[in-house]
Design a protein. Structure first.
Length: 411
């Protein structure tokens, strides 16, 4: 794909060539016409003198004659018809200006050396070509320098935009033209300033949301602890079980909110170690207590944070059972873990934008936190989590873990 610099360079070159060709053609035509007119007037003046000498019976000069050799046939025919004219033609290998007129049914002609005029026009053409090349080169250099400065600023703005989209909300362009009123803003500075303003506004809103989530989660922990203790004091029975079940759900939701707030703050640290992926996946399914089929196609060793990986796989399995339909299959194929169900599949917004907290399909249970936490924890351990529709129907979550490369022993 052609970049803006190359497009501008090609445009400048084409415009310079067109302008140089136009000016060169105008100068060439003007000078050639002036030179030819001067030579023609000189030849016609000589023809007048020779005609008077011929009519007076005086001898003709060496450069004149009646029907001389080398005279162009077209000019001879013109003179025989009783007209006068001029014509540039080669005579003895040299450019010559011929002038001819009628003389008793024949052609009286004179010739003027045109070599100097021809060399002048040739030298002018070479000078036009040389100056045009120099002008095009200089214009191209200056134009490329100016365009490169603009494209460099555009590339910087694009890099900052990509950093912001990747989660670096502190990234800013900080174009000096937007800070110093003495510098007039151009279009690039306007775009840079708008991007910085958008990033600051977005950062403020996200930080407010993160603080709100963390504050709510922390504030809920204290009353939930008391409520859990009070629920244990209730007499056995169906009402007590319902209260305890809702308390457990509230406690799980609070812990999820706290975990999301920690992920948003980007303060998580990983505890890396080497683990066998197959047994770890089997243990996650066994602890979940769900009817999930585990298929070990090809086991692999991965260097990861065991607790966080178990959290990711557990959330994927729980989501498959909650929102999908059995059978749910967890497959380990090297450093790739796939969790598939046979339900209606993931909603469109999730496939396009990824999981979003507190957003689920209408009528479905849940808060949208499970997959959000899974995606966040996968990012922390350096894995890639993809959500797709499975071939043949159903939802499929594919977790790509970095493969473990054992260190090479020293000789």
């Amino acid at each position: 794909m052609a970049t803006l610099t190359w497009k501008a360079g090609v445009f400048i070159t084409v415009m310079c060539c067109a302008l140089a060709a136009l000016l060169g053609a105008l100068v060439h035509v003007s000078v050639t016409r002036q030179t030819v007119d001067t030579a023609r007037e000189k030849a016609l003046d000589r023809l007048e003198e020779v005609t008077r000498a011929y009519e007076a019976g005086e001898p003709l000069p060496p450069y004149a004659g009646v029907d001389p050799d080398g005279m162009p046939a077209a000019l001879r025919a013109l003179a025989v018809r009783g007209e006068r004219g001029t014509l540039v033609a080669d005579s003895g290998g040299r450019p010559t200006m011929w002038a001819a007129g009628p003389a008793d049914g024949r052609a009286l002609a004179v010739r003027v050396d045109y070599s100097l005029s021809a060399s002048t026009i040739s030298g002018l053409d070479q000078a036009i070509v040389g100056s045009s090349v120099l002008a095009i080169g200089a214009t191209l250099l200056v134009g490329s320098f100016a365009v490169t400065r603009v494209t460099r600023r555009l590339h910087l703005t694009a890099q900052v935009a990509r950093r912001i989209s990747a989660g670096d909300l502190d990234a800013r362009v900080n174009d000096p033209r937007t800070k110093d009123p003495a510098h007039p803003e151009d279009e690039v500075a306007t775009v840079s300033g708008a991007l910085d303003t958008m990033a600051s506004s977005l950062q403020g809103k996200l930080l407010s949301e993160q603080r709100f989530t963390a504050d709510v989660a922390h504030e809920l922990r204290t009353p939930l602890t008391g409520l859990s203790a009070a629920a244990e004091l209730l007499p056995p029975g169906r009402p007590a079980e319902m209260v305890r079940d809702r308390v457990r759900a509230m406690r799980a939701l609070t812990e999820d909110l706290l975990e999301i707030s920690r992920l948003d703050a980007r303060t998580e640290t990983v505890d890396l170690d080497v683990h066998e992926l197959g047994p770890l996946a089997e243990r996650v399914v066994r602890v979940s207590g769900t009817d999930t089929e585990v298929r070990i196609v090809r086991d692999a060793r991965v260097e990861t944070d065991k607790r966080r990986l178990e959290r990711v796989l557990g959330n994927l399995v729980a989501n498959a059972h909650k929102h999908g339909r059995p059978p749910v299959v967890l497959t380990v194929d090297g450093p790739v873990v796939t969790v598939r169900d046979h339900g209606p599949g993931y909603p469109g917004y999730l496939l396009e934008h990824g999981p979003q907290r507190f957003r689920t399909e209408s009528g479905s249970k849940g808060h949208g936190l499970g997959l959000t936490i899974a995606a966040g924890q996968a990012s922390v351990i350096g894995a890639e989590l993809r959500f797709t529709h499975a071939p043949g129907g159903g939802a499929e979550a594919r977790l790509l873990l970095p493969a473990y490369a054992p260190p090479t022993p020293e000789p």
